[in-house]
Design a protein around this ligand. Structure first.
Ligand SMILES: Cc1cc2nc3c(=O)[nH]c(=O)nc-3n(C[C@H](O)[C@H](O)[C@H](O)COP(=O)(O)O)c2cc1C
Length: 412
């Protein structure tokens, strides 16, 4: 059963992934006050380069310094420099001959208040979620058309910069409620111009970004997007709409489509729900029984997709990973939390391990994410994972870290 995970994959652009295991994107919070990469990225990604994964994705790198997802994000926005640091990061992260792709994103309304009290969004619709520490956001303002066109250029520029820095591919983040996902979501995109309304209009920004990025990096460079298989909210972007968007993406030439789901309002991406009503795509019992959260939705999209697909979220056993690959439901397994808990997980899987670590199963959900964030800070410092870290201590340390990073941003 190990063979399928170990099989190489040739992408449409000609690049080859050495196996089917990918470390999916995880925000690191390790940038300096100018949102430049640091030595801590170098340490973290050097370790992951030797983890056994054929593909690593960076944590989200923002295309606008005023629209981050946390204060310690790396940003590429024309004036903040940091090219040499990015190159060092890319070099370390590809040391073992694996791929390292940069995930590029724009926070939109999911920009923390401490970064920008009035972020841009498709429409002026505030986030509907409890005020969790670290997740306070401002009332967004509707973007002008000039700002929309500027965002397209920013994605293209960031893609060009990461290619020059030595990343071996690029992924456009269009999932999890960030700006491109906000445009797709009718609950957030209430526009009545060419960028809102029909699905064709809501998808216009994503498709334009993908086309411009492809033009910027060329046909031989791996290009991926991360897309929600559904927002899992009544009135949000649905699985059927996601399939239609993939049909349109077929014509542009993508190398890997990563499927996930949810947003800050509805964190399905990590197997949680804040709103009981999950809309028309609410998981059925048969789906809940499968460990990977989105595999049933992704299998439907796989019927339409002409590019390879990857599914991320919940995979914890080699049997489930191999079965989904064998059944042709997807081509690549995305793993995130297991590669924090045990950074060499991919190597273990390829050597025959049957399961990966899942500390989230025993952590209080209120502190689960903090635990992973803090472990990434530890790994960035060259330390090992602190397996004994208690959830409340992780949350306290994270809040302190984020406050320090926000203060540093404000003082620059
Ligand atoms: C600490 C942490 C940070 C994350 N940051 C990002 C991110 O920057 N971009 C992204 O697309 N997804 C991000 N995610 C979501 C993961 O890529 C992945 O979709 C999710 O954790 C489900 O996979 P898993 O069950 O293997 O952890 C993050 C998840 C975690 C736990």
């Amino acid at each position: 059963m190990i063979q399928k995970l170990a099989e190489p994959l040739t992408l449409p652009c000609g690049a080859v992934l050495s196996n089917r295991l990918c470390k999916s994107a995880m925000t690191e919070g390790l940038a300096d006050e100018f949102n430049r990469a640091t030595e801590r990225h170098v340490k973290l990604y050097r370790r992951w380069s030797h983890s056994g994964c054929g593909l690593l994705l960076s944590g989200n790198i923002q295309v606008d310094r005023w629209h981050l997802e946390r204060p310690g994000n790396v940003a590429i926005d024309g004036r903040n420099g940091g090219e040499a640091q990015l190159a060092a990061y890319a070099r370390a992260g590809t040391e073992a001959g694996n791929h390292l792709w940069a995930q590029i994103s724009h926070g939109g309304r999911q920009t923390p208040y401490v970064v920008n009290p009035q972020p841009m969004a498709p429409s002026s619709v505030a986030i509907d979620m409890a005020d969790l520490p670290g997740f306070k956001t401002g009332q967004p303002r509707e973007m002008t058309e000039a700002e929309i066109l500027d965002v397209i250029e920013r994605f293209a520029n960031a893609a060009r910069v990461v290619r020059e820095a030595g990343f071996t591919g690029v992924q456009i983040h269009s999932a999890h409620g960030y700006l491109l996902s906000q445009f797709l979501n009718p609950l957030v995109n209430r526009r009545t111009d060419a960028w809102g309304g029909s699905l064709e209009n809501r998808a216009r920004l994503l498709l334009e970004v993908v086309r411009r990025v492809r033009g910027a990096v060329g046909a031989d460079f791996p290009l991926s997007i991360k897309l929600n298989s559904s927002d899992f909210q009544r009135g949000g972007f649905t699985n059927a709409e996601s399939a239609q968007v993939v049909q349109w993406l077929n014509d542009i030439g993508l190398d890997l489509l990563e499927l996930s789901g949810g947003s800050w309002e509805q964190p399905s991406l990590i197997g949680m729900t804040f709103h009981a009503d999950q809309g028309v795509d609410a998981p059925r019992e048969s789906t809940i029984r499968r460990e990977a959260y989105f595999i049933d939705y992704a299998a439907r999209i796989r019927q339409i997709a002409r590019m390879p697909t990857m599914v991320t979220g919940g995979f914890r056993s080699a049997a489930a990973m191999n079965a989904a690959l064998e059944a042709g439901e997807m081509d690549v397994v995305g793993l995130a939390r297991p590669l924090v808990a045990e950074p060499e997980t991919a190597r273990a899987l390829l050597a025959g391990a049957s399961h990966v670590a899942r500390p989230e199963a025993v952590l209080d959900p209120m502190h689960g994410q903090s635990w992973y964030y803090v472990q990434l800070l530890n790994l960035g410092d060259g330390l090992d994972v602190d397996a004994d870290l208690a959830g409340p201590d992780a949350s306290a340390r994270l809040l302190e870290n984020e406050a320090r990073a926000a203060a540093a941003l404000q003082s620059r």
